[in-house]
Design a protein around this ligand. Structure first.
Ligand SMILES: [Zn+2]
Length: 231
């Protein structure tokens, strides 16, 4: 599938999304696709090529900051709420949150939703990647904390499946960070290791990793994504 990416895309404002949702969507795909010399465009096209997501099933919702994926009769529908996540929530949910407002916030959210599909592909091709999920689940179920604050959001708590959605959300977010910028994931993993950040981690219910574990997480995601992109 050939998609032309344009770095000079129109500003992605909530007003634009209300007036012209399809124009907004095209601009968002351009902007997302152009990041880092087209690397994210490749990722997006690969998700489309899998048939799991159709471009017409990406829906722009100008009335909310929330995003969701729903499995319906016409396949998965990805709804992208374009409003900024409230600052207080952003602080508790996103690492280096001050960077992710406006257009960068939208790209972040869109890529997060894409990552929900991508973790499925990575699990299929990499046992090592699957083991990251188990490590996360173990850590959460033993009370040692999550591997990202995203999974700590109350909406992922489910009495019937304790720690399942929380752990999945952690892994989705780690993959999202890597895809956005590998160094961004590295900085976050450094934060999980850094003794000086122990207090912040404890109050945020986050796990502490050894240097070796952090490197293992990074290398496993790096290898699995590269392998998936080659496949
Ligand atoms: Zn999610």
């Amino acid at each position: 599938m050939a998609i032309e990416y344009d770095t000079e895309s129109t500003r992605l404002t909530p007003a634009f999304a209300s007036e012209d949702p399809s124009g907004y969507k095209a601009s968002l795909l351009n902007k997302h696709g152009a990041i880092d010399g087209g690397r994210l465009g490749m990722v997006y096209e690969k998700v489309l090529a899998s048939g799991m997501l159709k471009v017409e099933n990406i829906v722009i919702d100008p009335s909310t900051p929330r995003c969701k994926i729903v499995d319906g009769a016409g396949g998965f529908q990805l709804t992208l709420g374009v409003l900024d996540i409230e600052e207080q929530e952003r602080q508790t949910m996103i690492f280096e949150h001050e960077r992710f407002t406006g257009e960068d916030g939208i790209v972040y959210k869109f890529n997060h939703e894409l990552s929900h599909f991508i973790i499925g592909f990575l699990s299929e091709i990499s046992d090592d990647f699957n083991s990251l999920y188990r490590l996360t689940f173990d850590s959460r179920s033993k009370g040692r904390g999550g591997f990202h604050m995203k999974g700590n959001q109350p909406k992922y708590k489910n009495q019937n499946k304790p720690f399942v959605y929380e752990s999945r959300e952690d892994i989705v977010e780690l993959v999202n960070m890597y895809l956005l910028e590998p160094d961004y994931l590295k900085r976050f993993l450094d934060f999980l290791v850094d003794p000086a950040s122990a207090q912040v981690r404890a109050s945020g219910h986050l796990a502490t990793l050894s240097r070796r574990q952090a490197d293992h997480f990074f290398n496993t995601i790096d290898t699995a994504v590269k392998e998936w992109l080659r496949s």
